[in-house]
Design a protein around this ligand. Structure first.
Ligand SMILES: O=P(O)(O)OC[C@H]1O[C@H](O)[C@H](O)[C@@H](O)[C@@H]1O
Length: 313
């Protein structure tokens, strides 16, 4: 038999690289994603609040209070709450004046819209969450009667976590809003933490009757701290959290012109019911990119996009 035309053995198809896995757990109330390399992120649908971000070695990067409510009864104390459409409260801004502190996004149930894995990459994953005026609780709708749609995306890479928000005005009238990504970073010891990258930036000190000052040098912590910085340098200039002189997190921003820096210290932590353990303030610092000075005006049909990207340093 002539074997000359025998087909050569098919080249074996290379095994598809392992893919990120996505799980919906806790009776459909949480979504988690794990990369093939072991990094993991977990998001609670209540607030689309990131609860946990772990590196490949399983080390937690975010601070979450041990008594944080995870049952939807109140906003989550820790992780990354999403602040929208008001930062703090705004008694003098009529349209927003009736809303609770930090708005309703962190206290509403979001929908999991699905995952996308970047094309050609098996090493990252993006989870999308949605909240719109359609699925707001009736009581909340009455407090802020605008038609809007929010898409919040949580993207995990081996070395970084990014979260981005798209706000769309689906109504016929413009609305004003503020937004902020209230990230609680887990740190070893607040007394050896420094935040740099905000040198020469103006800040409003919320603890000193809104006094305006200018930052000289890196920020160190020796008491309650609650400041709204407007960074002097551009959004791509990282704000760096260092622990004992060693950089641990680098934060860059997109379309978020302020950075709030917060640590409640002893008394404020003690006065905050869901702040546990009592000395948990030693192990956290909030560095919160946001748009919170004045208002973003969004005309009917327009969209606003913003993001933070946190890289392990
Ligand atoms: O207790 P919450 O409503 O979650 O707010 C926690 C903190 O958020 C921000 O960092 C504000 O600047 C602080 O003034 C506030 O205390």
């Amino acid at each position: 038999m002539d074997r000359r035309n025998k087909p050569s053995a098919l080249a074996s198809t290379p095994a598809a690289p392992p893919q990120p896995t996505v799980d919906i757990t806790h009776e459909h109330s949480r979504v988690s994603a794990t990369l093939p390399t072991g990094e993991r992120v977990e998001v609670l649908l209540h607030g689309a609040n990131v609860l946990s971000w772990k590196d490949a070695a399983g080390q937690e990067k975010l601070w979450l209070s041990e008594s944080a409510a995870l049952d939807g009864s109140k906003p989550v104390r820790g992780g990354i709450p999403v602040v929208f459409p008001v930062f703090g409260t705004a008694p003098d801004h009529e349209a927003t004046s009736k809303l609770p502190q930090h708005g309703f996004a962190r206290n509403s149930r979001w929908e999991f819209l699905g995952r996308s894995t970047s094309e050609g990459s098996s090493s990252s994953v993006k989870l999308d969450f949605g909240l719109s005026s359609e699925n707001l609780a009736e009581g909340v709708k009455a407090l802020w009667p605008y038609k809007f749609n929010l898409i919040y995306s949580v993207s995990l890479d081996p070395e970084s976590l990014s979260t981005s928000l798209v706000v769309t005005n689906d109504g016929d009238v413009s609305f004003d809003f503020q937004t902020l990504l209230h990230t609680y970073f887990k740190v070893n010891d607040i007394s050896s933490i420094e935040v740099s990258g905000l040198e020469d930036s103006e800040f409003i000190d919320k603890l000193a009757s809104q006094a305006v000052s200018k930052q000289s040098g890196a920020i160190a912590f020796s008491g309650e701290t609650d400041r709204i910085y407007t960074p002097a340098k551009g959004p791509k200039h990282p704000v760096v959290i260092s622990d004992g002189g060693k950089p641990v997190f680098r934060i860059v921003r997109d379309n978020l012109d302020q950075v709030v820096v917060w640590n409640p210290w002893v008394d404020k932590a003690a006065a905050t019911a869901d702040f546990t353990p009592n000395d948990g303030w030693k192990n956290m610092v909030c560095v919160e990119p946001g748009s919170v000075k004045g208002w973003q005006k969004l005309d009917a049909g327009d969209a606003f996009e913003a993001a933070q990207s946190i890289t392990l340093a």
